[in-house]
Design a protein around this ligand. Sequence first.
Ligand code: TRP
Length: 683
Amino acid sequence: MSENKDESVKPKKKERVIVKPVAPSAVSSAYLVLRGTIAGILGCPIGGSDDCMSSLMQPSFIRDKYPSGKFSINLGKKQGPGELLIPDEEDQRNQLLDLIESTANRIVADNIKIDVYKYDREAAIDKFGTAMLDQSLLKLPKKPKDEDKILNISVIDGVIVGVAPGPVVSSTGSIGKISLERDQCRFTAGKKSRKCDITIKFRVDETPADAQNSIVGEANDDGIKAAIDTLLGSSIRLEEGKQFKAKLDEAERLANEAIEAAKALEISAKEEAAKQDEEMVVNAFEVKGKIDYNKLVDNFGSKLIDPELLARIERLTVGRGTVPYLHRFLRRDIFFSHRDMNKICDCLEQNKPFYLYTGRGPSSGAMHLGHLVPFLFTKWLQQAFQCPLVIQMTDDEKFLFKGEYSEETGDNLDYFAQLTIENAKDIIACGFIPEKTFLFSDLQYVGKMYPTIVRIWKAVTNNTVNGIFGFDGSSNIGKIAFPAIQAAPSFPSSFPEVLGTAKNAENRNMACLIPCAIDQDPYFRMTRDVAHKLVPKTHPLGGKPALIHSKFFPPLQGAEGKMSSSDENSAIFLTDTNEMIEKKIKEYAYSGGQETKKLQEELGADLNVDVSYQWLRFFLEDDDELKKIGDSYSSGSGEFWSTSKVKARLVEVLKEIVGEHQKKRAEVTEEVVFKWMQERSIV
Ligand code: TRP
């Protein structure tokens, strides 16, 4: 190797000798005080181990021309939260520097005696460890002189603070003012190595002229005995340090608390959202909780009816003179969501035929006001579009889901079949166009739909149905088969006679529009998914039925969820007398008004939760009057300032509607029902 060749000619490397210029005693003493201060504040044994070693003091006073020095202390491993040596935050670090400076000056002001003891190096290290040394003293030079074998150990206030780089003053009061040169002080807290060190550059000023040096005493075990434990311990020795730690701990506690609080908030927000989700249940069998309709539309993937679509519908209905104005359910966002309604508008414009399909599951003889909503709207649609309408009575569905079997009387399929007839009377009383309307019971009519049903069965898997409707292996097989039966009327092929698809191939392309409450949507999502397999390729909507969805009519006790026929007092039944209507509204209609007259006049009512007002939105035709009532009631002033005034108006409206309905229904005999249920052409 070339290096070896050269070695002979190169002068032998001299052993590096660290030349330590003798520091002014004020600087040496300040160094000692600062070491002690840092140890006392941060609670670490400075130089107590190799991990925690102070560098030798750089005699920067040589360059700076003023009494100054610079040293670093390796603080060892960065500690975990709660016991950290060096704070993480920038301003906490600056506070720490402030504290070191002020504490050092406090020690100066306290004018504490500095004792220096001569001690045999080896014996000192044996007794006290390397704690009092800096790096320069850790190793003896190769050829130690006698003086190298002696250490001058300084003790301030009973604490060994180390071996000073020169003579020290006899008392801290003789040091003068210690200031930290901030721009050269640094903290390093290695992210990876987790090592911490602190570099301190300091200067000393205003050293008293009469400063005396400490007289170096002979080794005296007793004199420094007390210092030993304190030096080697890692506890905080200075009051300032205790306070600083307490402050950092408090800051950390607060920060953790804030994090916890933020977490808790996040969790509670999530829980709240989950609760909302949990509370809001909308499926084919259950509606409960506070309904968020926008979310529902989002979840279901339908579309809100926007003003543009509404205007288009108005042009194609009111504009053609079939109806005088848009139905209040459309004006008031009660029918609010749709699928492919635009394509139905296309059909209207292009004179392509379509039909309406709706239905009812006859689960009880007593229909209530909420049940009328889709039928009243369907009646308007039929009037507006002058189109055929099929109405499915799912007596089979209700038997499969709610039927009972008793040993004595057998099952109650006949009961549901009979309910079809009773409910049909209420439906017919809504006033559809008789020659364009076919009402059928599944139990009776299913044969004609059967080919369509079989095709749907073939196209839909058990998993799909279970997924959509929540059935499982324990569900009776009728339930699993049923969705296809509700789907079937969406296809013209289910009505060979009624829609003339047997004779007229063109009619097989008829589009279908289904008005229904939004909880029925799952059936038709399933239907739309398989639709293309059931119609000619030329069908204008690819076979998919279009839909127009309503919100739920709120129960008397509160504008959440939908009404139930099983709770007598949650609804107004179509058979209720005037007195019953009045009593139920007065006693049970949930009020959004205030507790007292004074508050009501001050704050007004909350229309969103007020059932009487919400019901007026469904049934009071006059927009101007509704607005007047809303303005007055919500402001707590004027004619409808109070709940009782609004309730009184609602009672009037309901009496009229229910009274009218009862009159019309009385005319619907069983013979009339059979006529509507007669299979015949309605196109
Ligand atoms: N399943 C509906 C119910 O329980 C009845 C129904 C059948 C229906 N076909 C429909 C409702 C079409 C709306 C549209 O009431």
